[in-house]
Design a protein around this ligand. Structure first.
Ligand code: SAM
Length: 309
């Protein structure tokens, strides 16, 4: 990503969650924070990019009589990653709730972007310390926006600025009150695709190395076959072209058939791995309105030093 700018994709995903919360019924998540946290100038720039971007079909989806806000909502809703972004938040927070019920009191959000969990503070999360690790440019914008919107930072939220291409997760967490002797829950949503395989394995190894046994991690990854122009789906090719234009190219994935082995190699045990069809069946069956996770993007859940439950 651009070293000096907040991640644009983090702003888009936060707006997608807000659009879903406002417009889709039943809503799978309740997270309208993107409407407050994404600056107006960024929304305008995003709409301009989406309309004038690489997708020749895009302008046809925009109602010429609608407001810019309605046009942006429509474009985000039609984005191939919209369903995935909504469902991954729901999946991660369901797994977090289960981990808290088992005794975890630490939640580490790697590449947090505009994640609003710490601001929403659902009842089950009382007493959970939240560590948001993100690139300093993205985290800086979030902190400025919170300040501008007059939103106090909850005492349980710890901001940890770190460029994970230069500093390991373990070192970053070592600067905080994170307790490696207590179970923790980690999420890493929408990030692995932007990092190299080596950097991803390094972060996975760091999770296994700095977290107590039974700690869990939920992360998303791209089926690496999607990176092959001859085998990748049209949707993925389209999104790859778009994100590359904002300086955040998709560079790596995992092979689903070897994921368990990859994780074992860094000290983690694969508990669950769902592709788009699995997520569709679990969260979107029977829905109308087309909330549909992209087929090549997976959500995996792994555990530190324990057998799958
Ligand atoms: C697509 S956004 C996802 C944000 C959030 N997890 C979500 O689901 O909305 C990718 C996030 O990864 C972060 N990121 C990318 N490269 C990074 C790096 N080298 N170090 C730390 N964070 C990074 C960006 O700042 C951004 O917040």
């Amino acid at each position: 990503m651009d070293e000096t700018r907040a991640s644009r994709t983090a702003l888009s995903t936060s707006l997608m969650r807000a659009v879903h919360t406002r417009l889709d019924r039943p809503a799978l998540i309740d997270d309208a924070w993107g409407d407050r946290l994404v600056p107006q100038s960024e929304r305008e720039a995003l709409l301009k990019r989406m309309i004038g971007g690489l997708d020749p079909e895009a302008p046809k989806r925009v109602d010429p009589l609608g407001s810019p806000e309605a046009a942006l909502d429509a474009m985000l809703r039609a984005h191939p990653m919209y369903g995935t972004v909504v469902v991954r938040t729901r999946y991660a927070e369901d797994a977090l709730a289960a981990a808290v019920a088992r005794g975890s009191r630490q939640y580490v959000i790697i590449g947090a972007g505009m994640d609003s969990f710490a601001l929403r503070q659902p009842a089950f999360a009382r007493g959970v310390e939240v560590f948001e690790i993100d690139h300093p440019a993205s985290q800086g914008l979030k902190r400025r926006q919170l300040h501008e919107c007059g939103v106090p930072v909850p005492p349980t939220l710890h901001f940890v600025p770190a460029d994970l291409s230069r500093e390991s997760l373990g070192t970053a967490l070592g600067r905080t009150a994170f307790r490696g002797d207590q179970p923790a829950f980690f999420s890493w949503l929408g990030v692995t695709v932007y990092l190299t395989r080596e950097a991803n394995l390094e972060t996975l190894r760091a999770v296994a190395g700095c977290a107590a046994p039974t700690s869990e991690l939920v992360f998303t990854y791209l089926d690496e076959h999607e990176l092959d122009p001859d085998r990748g789906s049209d949707d993925v090719q389209k999104v790859r072209a778009t994100v590359a234009t904002v300086g955040e190219p998709w560079v790596s994935g995992f092979d689903p058939s070897r994921l368990a082995e990859d994780l074992r190699g860094v000290g983690l045990v694969l508990v669950e791995d769902l592709d788009g069809e699995g997520l569709l069946a679990r969260y979107c069956a029977g829905r109308t309105g087309g909330l549909s996770p992209a087929s090549g993007v997976h959500i995996a859940r792994a555990r530190v030093g324990a057998s799958p439950a």
